[in-house]
Write a protein that binds this ligand. Structure first.
Ligand SMILES: Cc1cc2nc3c(=O)[nH]c(=O)nc-3n(C[C@H](O)[C@H](O)[C@H](O)COP(=O)(O)OP(=O)(O)OC[C@H]3O[C@@H](n4cnc5c(N)ncnc54)[C@H](O)[C@@H]3O)c2cc1C
Length: 319
């Protein structure tokens, strides 16, 4: 872990770049930046409004040997109670804009997915109308290949501008971007700053009906309390929620975190829950399903360690 001097050096060097569109917050509490409302402070939270600011931040962090990660709406992450000894980048302003050009929609990685969907609907364009209810930025959605009701964001992606782990910028064409059920290479060691979606014109009345149908289907499915959506991915041919419910997980609780009574694959924070409590619950849920059905569930939720690395094992001990 970097010492105080190294953090000071990081701040000095980053400010020396004087990139436009960059603001730095130190020891920023991350609970306010996640939908679970859980998480200690990030040593640095850097808001980037231009791709150059992202490049400067990543290069400076890399040179200093400091971990970094992108954060969107924090709708799929669990941040430790002790926070992150890392640089957290969020995309704002110029990296959150949306522009429609014929049937093509270009938006920054920080654009809220709901606004992207609204812009497409206003232009009479189909392809993302089922994704409107997903709390997400466009970058987070592309990293996770977010999807609902038969649509996935990668299905309509043309290209993505990214900043790579080594601080270089490049455009990745669709054929270079591998992904599948709730994952894509865009979420691995790079940040999406801009992307273009290729949509198709559709009768606005048909679109409106489809949006209403999706809204009706979503209503009442997920709990109203703060959550991070599904904890586990669906195993092939089954539903994690079904297995968890049959394994008696609904209502389990630990340190303020609870398995929702409404959906057994969702952990909620009714108030005062800790990340440690969520992690213990995750382990209990995985164990119950393993014991009852012999199925090893895989995490959809990204559990972060102190450096911001993803902990893939649901049974991993607390660091
Ligand atoms: C109530 C609720 C309902 C949900 N319903 C659905 C659903 O129906 N379908 C679904 O797929 N998901 C659903 N989710 C999960 C979540 O909304 C998605 O995974 C979403 O895409 C996460 O986006 P985010 O911007 O919050 O990313 P974050 O949670 O902030 O980050 C997720 C991952 O993306 C990476 N990332 C973030 N921004 C970028 C970027 N610009 N470039 C590269 N990587 C980036 C992060 O580093 C992290 O690894 C739901 C969540 C909640 C709370």
């Amino acid at each position: 872990m970097p010492n105080g001097h190294e953090w000071d050096l990081f701040r000095e060097k980053l400010l020396a770049h004087q990139p436009d569109g960059l603001s730095i917050a130190e020891n920023e509490p991350l609970a306010a930046h996640t939908t679970l409302r859980i998480g200690g402070p990030a040593r640095f939270l850097v808001r980037c409004g231009r791709a150059e600011a992202v490049v400067a931040t990543i290069q400076t962090a890399r040179d200093a040997g400091i971990h970094w990660l992108a954060l969107g709406l924090g709708a799929n992450v669990l941040v430790p109670d002790t926070g992150l000894a890392a640089v957290v980048l969020t995309l704002v302003d110029g990296l959150a804009g949306i522009e429609v050009d014929g049937a093509r929609l270009r938006a920054g990685g920080g654009a809220q997915l709901g606004r992207v969907v609204r812009a497409a609907l206003d232009a009479g364009l189909a392809g993302v109308e089922c994704l409107g209810g997903i709390p997400s930025t466009l970058g987070g959605a592309l990293a996770m290949n977010a999807g609902a009701y038969g649509q996935e964001i990668l299905d309509v992606l043309s290209w993505a501008d990214v900043v790579e782990e080594d601080g270089t910028s490049r455009r990745l064409e669709r054929w270079e971007i591998h992904g599948g059920y709730r994952w894509s290479v865009l979420g691995k060691g790079r940040i999406v700053t801009l992307a273009e979606l290729s949509l198709r014109a559709e009768d606005p009345e048909v679109l409106k009906t489809r949006v209403q149908q999706v809204r009706d289907r979503r209503r009442g499915v997920l709990p109203p309390e703060p959550s991070a959506g599904s904890v586990f991915r669906n195993p092939p041919g089954d539903f994690a929620g079904r297995l968890l419910e049959l394994a008696g997980c609904k209502g389990l609780s630990c340190e303020g975190a609870e398995v929702s009574q409404r959906h057994a694959n969702v952990i909620v924070n009714p108030g005062g829950a800790t990340a440690a409590g969520v992690r213990s619950l995750v382990g209990m849920m995985a164990e119950r399903v393993r014991e009852r059905f012999g199925v090893q569930l895989e995490l959809e939720l990204k559990i972060l360690d102190l450096n911001g690395n993803v902990v893939a094992d649901p049974d991993a001990p607390l660091a």
